[in-house]
Design a protein around this ligand. Structure first.
Ligand code: TPP
Ligand code: MG
Length: 775
């Protein structure tokens, strides 16, 4: 590997920048905890030790190694360092730093949507920020292969990670998927301080990470010793010191670091003092110099770091294991409890003096540096290539055609979904070129097969469909090419959501928006829930199609019958749930969804579908559509002041219609409300009520308008194939009585009449519930 050695001047300026970063991060946290007024007695917090652990890594990266096309996910608790860097680059204001962890201030963990500095990927839930970089590098390859970005504009997708993040299972799921897809241009840089939140980490994992990553095709670069240590190892007795360091358990190294120079000396004298040369090696150094030597690990050595980064400039995925000290250069260094530890005001002032920063100059970016050094640091910051980074947010850039529902008299929403995408694929409409589908091994069983037959699998290298070549009959073409538009994943639902997050940020990260559509079995949304939240948290835009769902899955049984996803959706910001009963509703929602995914104030869409084929609704006109997109419409209009309504959603609509027909004679004017989105109804209702407290006139929500057609004393029977709580709240809107039907117990195998009877989802149950309320 050809390595360009950075000039001594570059290294020394980077060292100055590192010290300033370490200081500014510590000071920002100190200010928020000890100087700013605390009005509620709640600890503000922040992670001074975690920041100091990677200040050198980030200095080397941001002021030297990063190019304008590189994108970075920063270890969540190193957020203050990222802000300090942008403060030095002139992108962050002093006011924001002073308001760290306050309302409107710098966020605790880097946030794409709430911080004003450019944050490439939000982080917070450890492990996910790491994985998204691997998927983003796959998306980048996809963009290039589809002519959506030039090869020259590609960069590296980089994760700065804590070593404890290596314990998150999602890392290994991602690693396997990344290997299968042969990803490129991805760096993961481990801040290997061998401390997690609770304590020091297990020694047994030493070198195991190398094996795991190398097996998956990664280059592993270990930065264990800094240049001062490497020089000392060449002195007489140096080899004994090197061996001692290599064999020292994590916890002991950390404890000695905390105890400092005298403790190092005593321990080294005891252990290796008898080896020739060691006494002299130790004697040459006072306690402070010895402590400095022992903490001169690779991850704190700007020379080692810049060389390592220079040496990995090809496109092979690379894991850097940078040995570090948690709390490096701070009095908290090495203490096992330092994760959330804060320096005392006395310690902060000692640190300030040690860095040559005068009192009152704490926020001054270049304080403590002599004029030449300050000028060099400033010049380096001004010349940092990362300054040339482009920021994007494409809005409404992709035209969406009207989407037609299949015309079959009887059909399921899942089958209709497959046909709509298939027709779109055949149409050649520009929207189809931007759609990219993905699925964790349920492509065929979620009806994506037709789309894939048209558009193919995405692969960087051509992949032949062996079965097709051998002329073995199959409904499914399974060949891959760079032009393919389906990214097939192994069964790891968590990967699906991180993949959707990466695809759904393509517009922001790479400048051109994609229209990601991911399919999954509805119950297994729960497997990827944190990643789904992670995707929504950073405003990634995608369409999640979850099917089949509910006990309507019948013979497949309780392990596959989802119950609570409608409630998950109601509680998930950034995601809008639609649960259509009929194919024309689905077509409308998909069309709307593709617009919503690219609207400035839009978001992601979750379509909960079913394999149950039902008789389609007959429509007089299109008047229902606007209401359906708002969450509900009257399928059978109630008479004004009606005493009753059946309220139903999704797969059980035929039972609701049958019950309505049975009840109508006894309850003339009975309404049938088709709910398409409890999420939207609830959000709109809450917002309307909050409006006048937020300076707007009291608004009437959609659900208030709809239910306003009923008498105040009316009763509602609500029914869905899922948790009844998704609709039972409707009684709270205008004070109507409610009899809620739905599933509260796990499902089981059975045919639909049997299951609907057992779970009280059939027409009889609706009639009985109505009788109890109305008769
Ligand atoms: C999914 C998740 N679980 C738990 C946490 C709480 N937490 C924050 S940091 C951390 C571990 C920190 O260790 P490491 O990653 O090694 O970072 P360091 O501070 O040592 O650099 C934990 C458990 C979290 N943020 N996310
Ligand atoms: Mg750690």
């Amino acid at each position: 590997m050809a390595v360009t050695v950075s000039s001594p001047d570059t290294v020394s300026t980077l060292e100055d920048l590192e010290a300033r970063l370490r200081w500014l991060a510590a000071w920002t946290i100190h200010n928020a905890n000890h100087i700013r007024e605390n009005v509620d007695g709640v600890k503000v917090g922040g992670h001074q030790a975690s920041c100091a652990s990677m200040s050198a890594i980030m200095a080397a990266l941001y002021f030297h190694a990063l190019g304008p096309n590189d994108r970075v996910a920063v270890k969540p608790h190193a957020g203050p360092l990222l802000h300090a860097i942008h403060y030095m680059l002139g992108n962050e204001s002093l006011d924001k730093l002073k308001a760290f962890r306050g309302l409107g201030g710098v966020q605790s963990y880097p946030s794409r949507t709430k911080d004003v500095i450019p944050v490439d990927f939000s982080t917070g839930s450890v492990g996910l920020g790491v994985a998204i970089t691997a998927f983003a590098s796959l998306v980048q390859d996809y963009m290039v292969a589809h002519g959506l970005m030039a090869d020259a504009d590609t960069g590296r997708m980089i994760a700065l990670m804590g070593d404890a993040e290596l314990d998150e299972g999602n890392i290994y799921e991602c690693l396997i998927e990344a290997y299968k897809h042969d990803i490129r241009n991805c760096w993961w840089i481990v801040d290997y301080n061998r401390q997690s939140l609770d304590a020091t980490t297990a020694d047994r994992m030493f070198r195991r990470f190398d094996d795991i990553f190398e097996t998956c095709g990664w280059r592993v670069v270990t930065l264990k010793h800094g240049r001062h240590q490497r020089a000392a190892f060449k002195e007489q007795g140096g080899q004994a010191l090197a061996d001692w360091i290599d064999n020292c358990p994590n916890a002991e190294y950390a404890a000695l670091t905390y105890q400092g120079g005298a403790a190092w000396r005593a321990r080294l004298e005891t252990d290796i003092g008898g080896v020739r040369g060691v006494k002299a090696l130790l004697g040459k150094r006072d306690d402070a110099a010895l402590a400095e030597l022992m903490t001169n690990l690779g991850g704190h050595c700007l020379e080692s770091l810049t060389e390592a980064f220079e040496g990995a400039k090809d496109d092979r995925p690379t894991l850097f294991i940078a040995y570090t000290i948690k709390g490096f250069g701070l009095p908290l260094a090495g203490h096992k409890d330092n994760h959330a530890g804060l320096m005392t005001p006395g310690q902060v002032s000692e640190l300030r003096t040690g860095l040559g920063i005068a009192e009152g100059e704490e926020w001054e970016p270049w304080a403590g540096l002599g004029s030449n050094a300050a000028a060099a640091a400033k010049a380096m910051a001004e010349a940092a290539p990362i300054r040339l980074k482009k920021e994007y947010r494409p809005v409404d850039s992709i035209d969406v055609p009207p989407l037609e529902a299949p015309r079959d008299a009887e059909q399921s929403t899942q089958a209709a979904f497959g046909k709509i995408l298939f027709e779109l694929a055949k149409s050649g409409h520009p929207l189809a070129a931007r759609i990219v589908t993905t699925s964790p091994d349920v492509t065929v069983s979620t009806n994506l097969g037709g789309w894939v037959n048209q558009r193919g699998l995405f692969r960087r290298q051509d992949l032949t469909d062996v079965f097709q070549k051998a002329k073995i009959p199959s409904a499914q073409k399974w060949s891959g090419a760079p032009a393919g538009q389906h990214i097939e994943l192994g069964i790891a639902e968590n990967n699906l959501f991180v993949m959707l997050a990466a695809l759904g940020l393509a517009g922001d990260i790479f400048g051109e928006q994609l229209m990601p559509v991911g399919t999954v079995y509805d119950p297994f949304i729960a497997r990827g829930l944190d990643a789904l939240n992670y995707a929504c948290y950073q405003d990634a835009r995608f369409m999640l199609v979850a099917t089949p769902s509910g006990v309507t899955l019948g013979p497949e049984g309780g392990a596959h019958q989802s119950i609570n996803p409608p409630l998950i959706a109601m509680g998930q910001p950034g995601l809008t749930h639609y649960e259509p009963a009929f194919a024309d509703e689905l077509a409308l929602m998909m069309e709307h969804g593709f617009r919503h995914m690219q609207a400035a104030d839009g978001g992601s869409i979750y379509l909960r579908l079913t394999t149950r084929s039902i008789l389609q609704a007959w429509r007089e006109d299109d008047a229902w559509q606007a209401d359906a997109l708002k969450g509900a419409y009257w399928l059978r209009k109630p008479a004004e002041g009606s005493e009753a309504a059946v309220v139903a959603m999704g797969a059980v609509m035929p039972e609701a219609i049958a019950a309505w027909e049975l009840l109508e004679a006894d309850l003339p004017g009975l309404g049938l409300l088709a709910v398409t989105s409890p999420t939207l109804l609830h959000r709109d209702w809450s917002a309307a009520r909050a409006a006048r407290w937020q300076g707007r006139a009291r608004e009437t929500s959609h659900i208030e308008t709809l239910l306003g057609a009923l008498a105040p004393s009316a009763g509602l029977v609500t029914v869905l194939d899922g948790s009844p709580a998704a609709l039972s709240w409707l009684g709270g809107v205008l004070g109507h009585r409610v009899s809620p039907l739905g599933t509260d117990r796990f499902g089981q195998t059975g045919n639909l009449p049997d299951l609907y009877r057992a779970y009280r989802l059939d027409a009889d149950a609706i009639v009985e519930a109505a009788a109890e309320l109305f008769l």
